[in-house]
Design a protein around this ligand. Structure first.
Ligand code: 5GP
Length: 146
């Protein structure tokens, strides 16, 4: 998919917002939702999305929605640090398939990093699926820090 296109109402994050598929939620407010990635790049990898914007990428998103998303990124990164004590936190956002985007509802990745561990992104959307029970336990740990 290129940078240009139309919003797909059946993309996975639209389905999560519509309650049609499950997600392990970390945080929610009136405008944004944060949940754990199902194919994490590291322990505690989460995603933040706008609940109302139909932007596919950063070129399309309303300034207000972007500000709301980034404020939630900070909130979730702070709780993630308290819960998991990473040495670094990788905040990433990809636009267009050639840049690695696989889900076309704008999202920001929060990836805790530990010294000596990998720092790049593995194959987008093709990594190992996380164990559901492990994700649920991890979410409890992070949610306790908000
Ligand atoms: P992108 O490559 O588009 O920046 O990132 C998409 C991310 O969404 C990937 O890290 C992928 O693992 C994650 N993802 C894709 N589908 C789902 C889903 O249905 N649920 C959750 N929790 N994560 C998803």
């Amino acid at each position: 998919m290129s940078l240009d296109g139309t919003y797909d109402d059946n993309n996975p994050f639209a389905l999560i917002l519509a309650g049609k598929i499950p997600s392990v939620k970390l945080y929610e407010d009136a405008h944004t939702l944060a949940f754990l990635d199902i194919q994490p790049q590291s322990k505690g990898h989460s995603l933040v999305i706008s609940k109302w914007s139909r932007a596919r990428n950063i070129l399309e998103i309303e300034d207000e929605a972007l500000a709301e998303v980034m404020a939630t990124v900070k909130t979730v990164a702070t709780a993630t640090r308290k819960a998991l004590a990473p040495d670094g936190i990788h905040v990433a956002q990809f636009n267009g398939a050639p840049a690695g985007q696989t889900v076309f509802h704008l999202h920001v990745h929060i990836v805790p990093r530990w010294a000596g561990g990998p720092i790049g992104f593995g194959a987008h959307g093709q990594g190992q699926f996380a164990d559901a029970a492990e994700l649920a336990a991890l979410a409890d740990e992070i949610r306790a820090q908000f």
